[in-house]
Write a new protein. Structure first.
Length: 451
């Protein structure tokens, strides 16, 4: 027995060590790009771009990009919506090309560094340059979406089915830990900007630009550790933008349960991502909270999201990913509904709201990603994740559009935030109807013990 073990162990140990090394490299892309989602999209850019747009607004509070009248307070939400329209054209092309060629890393590098460069360019967003801010936001968001298609598509290749919930949860935890770390540095700079000899506006622009530098620097780690794979079942060609997305959705019709899960995900994740991108605007414009308070609230979200992602990963081992996600959607509904009643000028209540969001945020996203990875046919990972990513990381367009329209029509951010409850309720109903074990079998994949 000892001889057999000694003979078999080196091969198994080498393969395991290589898989763990690649998984650790994979975690580091979350570490790299999550700072953009946290410092830029969630904390600084919404209120700052809104203030820049207001500085450029006419007497009635409207700006006029391309001659279109837009309330300055809605400009940021509309810009996030516009970014997904660009993403819809680019992501399917990148996903199909990655599956066809098996060369994901060069495409990951290209999209990551375009996004990082656009984010670093936000240092020049000052005065009344709201159009510059909008353009850089669209480029950065679209680039992030493309890079996440490629990043997420590695998950089925670097983790066997029984490891995916844990690996996906660790990736999200890495991202939230990174976001918290950088946000502490941002808080020090912003709150003590006079001590550093810079204005408040300059401090914000440094925080924005530093996220781009961080993104670019740490992307080097996954680029060194991840390896490309060519699948014999990969698609033979790609089609332009919308045609490729339509082709992917048509292919999904052969796997209707996968498509049903994706529909549920698109709905509830629309709500998640809109809360992430618009919460700081709600806090500053409706509740009258200062930037330092918002930073502390988001920092609280980041810290609790690390624990929440890991804890929900453990819950999934016992109850399965689907039931755990459904429970998180109930928590989202209660939390956002309560957000409508928050009193203005009361940071403690906003912190409680942030804590509720943090506890379910990471787990909802991590388990959704790992659950979807079981429903993807082999060889079409990047192509299918391009459809998945359309709604991920603030790329959803319906949620921000609903939020922006609710504010434009009512002038109240409270009405805008409570309108998002519908996304969680509808998403819950749609997900509850999906028989995920059958969906995994229909995709031709092994069914985990718990899912």
């Amino acid at each position: 027995m000892g001889t057999d073990t000694a003979r078999e162990t080196p091969t198994g140990a080498t393969a395991l060590a290589e898989r763990r090394r690649e998984q650790r490299g994979w975690y580091f892309y979350d570490w790299a790009c999550s700072v953009y989602s946290t410092s830029v999209l969630t904390v600084f850019l919404g209120p700052y771009l809104t203030s820049v747009a207001k500085a450029a607004a006419d007497a009635d509070g409207f700006v006029h990009p391309l001659g279109i009248p837009v309330r300055a307070g809605s400009f940021f939400a509309y810009t996030v919506s516009l970014s997904v329209l660009l993403s819809v054209f680019v992501m399917p092309i990148a996903g199909a090309a990655a599956d066809r060629t098996g060369r994901k890393k060069p495409l990951l590098a290209l999209s990551a560094y375009i996004g990082a460069g656009a984010t670093a360019g936000m240092f020049f967003l000052d005065g009344e340059r709201y159009l510059l801010g909008g353009a850089l936001l669209v480029i950065a968001n679209a680039s992030l979406a493309v890079s996440m298609v490629l990043y997420n598509s590695y998950l089925p290749q670097i983790a066997p089915p029984e490891e995916r919930d844990a690996v996906s949860s660790r990736g999200w935890a890495f991202g939230y830990a990174s976001g918290a770390l950088v946000l502490v540095a941002n808080l020090v700079l912003y709150s003590s900007h006079d001590s550093f000899g810079v204005s408040e506006s300059t401090a914000v622009r440094i925080c924005l630009a530093s996220a781009g530098v961080w993104w670019g620097a740490f992307t080097l780690v996954p680029l060194r550790r991840l390896r490309d794979r060519r699948s014999s079942s990969a698609p033979s060609g790609t089609a332009p933008g919308l045609r490729q997305l339509v082709a992917t959705v048509k292919d999904m019709r052969r796997h209707p349960l996968t498509l049903s899960f994706l529909l549920a995900y698109l709905v509830y994740n629309d709500g998640v991502q809109t809360v992430i991108s618009q919460a700081s605007v709600y806090g500053s414009e409706e509740l009258g909270l200062g930037q330092s308070t918002l930073i502390v609230a988001v920092l609280l979200v980041q810290v609790l999201a690390v624990a929440g992602a890991l804890a929900m990963g453990r819950l999934a081992r016992t109850y399965g990913a689907k039931r755990t996600i459904l429970g998180s959607l109930v928590a989202w509904t209660v939390t956002i509904g309560a957000g409508y009643f928050l009193p203005a000028g009361a940071p403690v209540w906003f912190f409680l709201l942030a804590a509720g969001i943090g506890l379910v945020l990471g787990g909802t996203q991590a388990l959704s990603r790992s659950l979807f990875s079981h429903l993807v046919p082999s060889g079409k990972e990047a192509e299918y994740f391009s459809a998945y990513e359309t709604s991920d990381r603030g790329m959803s367009w319906v949620g921000p559009l609903v939020f922006g329209l609710a504010y434009q029509l009512t002038g109240s951010y409270r009405d805008a935030i409570v309108s998002l409850v519908a996304f969680f309720v509808i998403g819950f109903v749609l997900l509850a109807r999906v028989p995920v074990q059958q969906a995994v079998r229909d995709a031709g994949n092994p069914v985990p013990t718990r899912i």
